[in-house]
Design a binder for this molecule. Structure first.
Ligand code: NAP
Length: 250
């Protein structure tokens, strides 16, 4: 099979134990990468993904860290550097939801989502950037269409993902001269544990608003992330690619 990446490319995927992150990790491995898998608590699931990557003949490294904790993120990147010495690709995917209308939203619910999706993504992006400074690389952020268009019941989540998009665009200007490309994938509704939390009536309404009439699969997001991270996207930086079945206008 032809691969998108040179043999031995080293990639990190955050939130790689399940859902979109697991599909991205497997997709990168299929396309030639060795993959470090970050997860927060689900060690058994992360190990399953690692086994599938090893079965493809690639290296897999498990890195447990809560990305909302600055010290844990620093320790994770230190371990990565000690083990692999180089980092070529980082896909910053970890994220959570805690939906509710803004008027009734507690400060704790706001902080939980901003703390992981925005502040945690900042910690992981900063450390990835530092590890790529000398030799270049590619960073892909997983945001959301909610971060572009907004979505009722997701003020905290939409604000966090809008923040990720602005962070990514800013970073792309700062690091382009160092050979680091920075892009964003913004998925719409993707069939993972995260959307299982959406009430059925809301889900039915959401599906009706998707021109393609269905949810996306984690593998469909993974293909977009792999492309943006790969040398095939060598002149693309600072861009947002929506993977949403045509749901929001560009
Ligand atoms: P998911 O199935 O709920 O998986 C979330 C992943 O993130 C898990 O691997 C989880 O690890 C990890 N994670 C959560 N909090 C973390 C933390 N504090 N530190 C480290 N890892 C953490 O979610 P998903 O649907 O695959 O979503 C992945 C990304 O895509 C998220 O950023 C999400 O916002 C975004 N997205 C999803 C959709 C969708 O419709 N599914 C749409 C747009 C955007 P554990 O397994 O250890 O808990």
């Amino acid at each position: 099979m032809s691969t998108l990446f040179p043999e031995g490319t080293k990639a990190l995927v955050t939130g790689a134990s399940r859902g979109i992150g697991a599909a991205i990790a497997l997709g990168l491995a299929e396309h030639g990468c060795d993959v470090a898998l970050n997860y927060r608590s689900n060690a058994a699931k992360a190990e399953e993904v690692a086994e599938r990557i090893r079965a493809l003949g690639r290296e897999a490294l498990l890195l447990r860290a809560d990305i909302s904790d600055e010290a844990q993120v620093a320790a994770m990147y230190k371990e990565l550097k000690t083990t692999w010495r180089s980092l070529d690709v980082a896909v910053l995917n970890s994220g959570v939801t805690a939906d509710g209308h803004l008027a009734a939203m507690s400060g704790a619910k706001w902080q939980e989502v901003i703390g992981t999706n925005l502040t945690g993504t900042f910690y992981t992006a900063r450390e990835a950037t530092k590890q790529m400074y000398a030799s270049g690389g590619a960073i892909v952020f997983i945001a959301s269409t909610s971060g572009i268009a907004g979505r009722a019941g997701q003020a905290n989540y939409a604000a966090s993902k809008g923040g990720v998009i602005s962070l990514a665009k800013t970073l792309s200007y700062e690091v382009a001269p160092r050979g680091i490309r920075v892009n964003v994938v913004a998925p719409g509704f993707i069939d993972t544990d995260m959307v299982k939390k959406v009430p059925p009536a809301q889900m039915k309404e959401a599906l009706q608003a998707i021109p393609m009439g269905r949810m996306g699969t984690p593998a469909e997001v993974a293909q977009a992330a792999a492309f943006l991270a790969s040398p095939a996207a060598s002149y693309i930086t600072g861009k947002v690619l929506t993977v949403d079945g045509g749901m929001i206008p560009n």
